[in-house]
Design a protein around this ligand. Structure first.
Ligand SMILES: Cc1ncc(COP(=O)(O)O)c(C=O)c1O
Length: 372
């Protein structure tokens, strides 16, 4: 009998070694309260209006592109629509990075897909730890630009929740002029509307031809299940990305719903949703900061908060068993004992507070019995 051939031996070496991104769905769990994927807690209601499923869809559905261009106050040539912002993260690597020669740079703790996408394509990664208050360490970035073709900056940053200082963004854009692409990942930007108005990075596109902005309908638009994201950049960068994107990245029903979400009414609904989440966030931050098990509740400009606990593993596991699913961030550099908590409905926030509050009083009682 011939020996069994190991098909893995045919796979590219970096794919064999690759640890895939552990999305909230892959991590599983049995919950009633899902606070681990920064989703909106209630499903929005849409009806399909486009039934021509016998035909292939447009590669870049014109209505969706036009409506996003209006929303972002840009020209349609400056917009690309893709299967979530995640696809765009990967397209940028495919367009700009040569394996074995170029590198990408990002600043942990940050969103995990920059690393996974670079790893998949065998691109060197330069990880420059974030500095004070999780702002980019400009000096360290400056000293590590050799071979760097692409920089990902997440603002507001996932999982820490902070915006990146516009002055730091300008410094990075100046350092990289004529040598690298800077992709600012603004998946959560709608949750800080004031900032988005005063410092709108979209307006910087005219001064920085190497700037790329990533957006999504997954967060404030409450459409994570739709898988629809946007890239905003110069017409030249969009044209390059269109060379490598799949022929039909957006299914007809997705384009149909995305177009509806981007009408004036859709945008107003999104803005109302943001107000509700921001108010729930303030409630949750206040309530959690009073609890004995909580060491620190970090400020947030997003639909989640990062919380440092006395013992995060204990809180995470106990709540998991109770069907309240949070996201453990304690393995990320500098985030020991930190959990990331999505802002759910007010009722979900209240249930979470009472669950952690009950744990806090139990812990207090144990301590008192041990040290009367
Ligand atoms: C910072 C950041 N960028 C991008 C994404 C991916 O967005 P999409 O759902 O559009 O692929 C996420 C998803 O959680 C995210 O947190």
């Amino acid at each position: 009998m011939s020996t069994v051939f190991d098909i893995n031996s045919l796979a590219r070496e970096n794919v064999r070694k690759l640890v895939p991104y552990m999305s909230a769905r892959r991590l599983g769990g049995h919950g009633d309260i899902w606070l681990n994927a920064n989703e909106y807690p209630i499903a929005p209601n849409f009806q399909l209006t486009e039934n021509t499923l016998n035909r292939y869809p447009e590669c870049q559905p014109a209505t969706v592109i036009q409506r996003y261009a209006d929303y972002a106050d840009l020209q349609p040539e400056q917009i690309l629509v893709s299967r979530g912002a995640d696809e765009s993260i990967e397209l940028l690597i495919r367009v700009f990075c040569e394996p074995g020669r170029d590198a990408v740079l990002f600043c942990p703790p940050t969103y995990g897909m920059y690393s996974v996408s670079a790893e998949t394509f065998g691109i060197e990664q330069k990880k420059i730890p974030a500095g004070i208050d999780w702002q980019p360490d400009i000096a360290a970035i400056k000293n590590n630009l050799d071979r760097v073709k692409l920089i990902y900056i997440c603002s507001p940053n996932n999982p820490t929740g902070n915006l990146i200082d516009p002055a730091a963004l300008h410094q990075i854009l100046e350092l990289t002029r004529n040598r690298a692409i800077v992709a600012i990942d603004e998946a959560y930007i709608e949750f800080c509307p004031q900032h988005a108005t005063t410092h709108a990075t979209t307006r910087w596109l005219q001064d920085y031809p190497h700037l790329v902005i990533l957006r999504t309908l997954s967060k404030a638009f409450a459409l994570a299940g739709l898988r629809c994201g946007f890239t905003l950049a110069s017409a030249d960068i969009i044209a390059l990305m269109l060379k490598v994107i799949t022929p039909y990245p957006l299914a007809t029903p997705i384009a149909d719903i995305a177009a509806q979400a981007l009408t004036e009414t859709g945008i107003q609904t999104m803005r109302n949703r943001v107000k509700e989440i921001v108010s729930n966030r303030a409630y949750l931050q206040q309530a959690l900061s009073k609890l004995a098990l909580v060491e620190n509740v970090f400020p947030s400009e997003t639909n989640y908060i990062l919380v440092k606990f006395i013992n995060a593993e204990f809180v995470f596991k106990t709540l998991w068993e109770q069907g309240i699913i949070l996201r453990d961030q304690s393995k990320q550099p500098g985030l020991e004992n930190c959990l990331r908590i999505t802002i759910g409905s007010r009722n979900e926030c209240e249930q979470l507070v009472s669950a952690i509050s009950a744990l806090s009083s139990q812990t207090q009682q144990i301590k008192e019995t041990e040290n009367p």
